[in-house]
Design a protein. Structure first.
Length: 281
């Protein structure tokens, strides 16, 4: 196994322009590999769900009460398989940006699946963060509805004889409530995108450093914590680019999805500055 001692130019730090420039420069030549890897990832997850569904039918015919338990196992394992597959794509792009010349093979593709048991923990953390994100949106909307009713009643009682004053107070109240709820949802979304970046890079870091995924998470949180806002800003721009790329019948995803993976790889390289091993394929 050889190592690629690619120099890591950190002079520009985590500059948005430098990260996007580096990510875009490496899109060429990996579009086909990224597309095929995504096909493999979703095929493996779909195959598992199909086989597990057949097994589940046999089990539930004997034990009908086990259906919810089987659904839980199915969700955990299929989600963990997706995480391992996405870890391969992220590591593929990390190696590419670090000056290696990775090749998509079945042997290299299945290496991250050795971390499947640890990926279950990542899946649980991901679902927990998603649950918090959804709960914040739901509670914000419920609170907004309750406050709307309250401000309407107060405004009506306060300005019963002045319709103009009623409109002014009620309109200002609505604007403040909508603004507050909007800020809460946006902040929750940004935080969730930050955690997603860490979760996607956890297994690649564990593989490159030969450490457990839990230690990789700790390393990423320590390293990325001080760059929270920069990473969020990069994620926002990436999200907008992907949305725009969907407009022309999704054709733009051919470039935007590899770009998204390369952005993770560039953030990884410029934050951690790790040497990536060039594995013999």
């Amino acid at each position: 196994m050889q190592e690629s001692h690619q120099d890591v130019d950190l002079s520009t730090g985590l500059s948005t322009g430098a990260v996007f420039k580096e990510a875009w420069q490496h899109v060429k030549g990996i579009k086909g590999s990224v597309f095929m890897a995504e096909v493999y990832v979703f095929f493996i997850a779909a195959l598992f769900l199909f086989v597990f569904s057949l097994i589940g039918l046999l089990i539930t015919s004997v034990l009908p009460g086990a259906v919810w338990f089987l659904h839980l196992i199915s969700a955990f394992v299929s989600g963990s398989l997706l995480i391992c597959g996405m870890a391969y794509i992220n590591r593929f792009c990390i190696k590419k940006i670090n000056g290696c010349n990775p090749v998509l093979t079945f042997k290299s593709f299945f290496r991250p699946y050795a971390y499947l048991s640890q990926a279950v923990g990542l899946y649980i953390l991901n679902m927990f963060c998603l649950l918090i994100f959804v709960a914040i949106i739901f509670l914000s909307l419920v609170l907004m509805g309750l406050i709307f009713e309250g401000t309407a009643a107060i405004a009506t009682g306060f300005s019963a004889g002045s319709p103009g004053l009623l409109d002014m107070h009620h309109g200002l109240g609505k604007a403040l409530i909508l603004g507050t709820v909007g800020i809460e949802i946006v902040v929750a979304f940004f935080a969730y995108s930050f955690f997603q970046t860490i979760f996607q890079l956890a297994i690649p870091v564990a593989m490159n450093q030969r450490i457990r995924v839990s230690l990789a998470l700790k390393l990423l949180f320590i390293s990325f914590g001080s760059k929270f806002f920069k990473i969020i800003w990069i994620n926002i721009l990436c999200f907008l680019i992907i949305l725009i790329s969907i407009i022309p019948l999704g054709i733009g995803l051919i470039w935007s999805l590899p770009l998204a993976y390369n952005l993770n790889a560039s953030i990884y390289k410029r934050t951690l500055g790790l040497i990536v091993q060039k594995e013999s394929e």
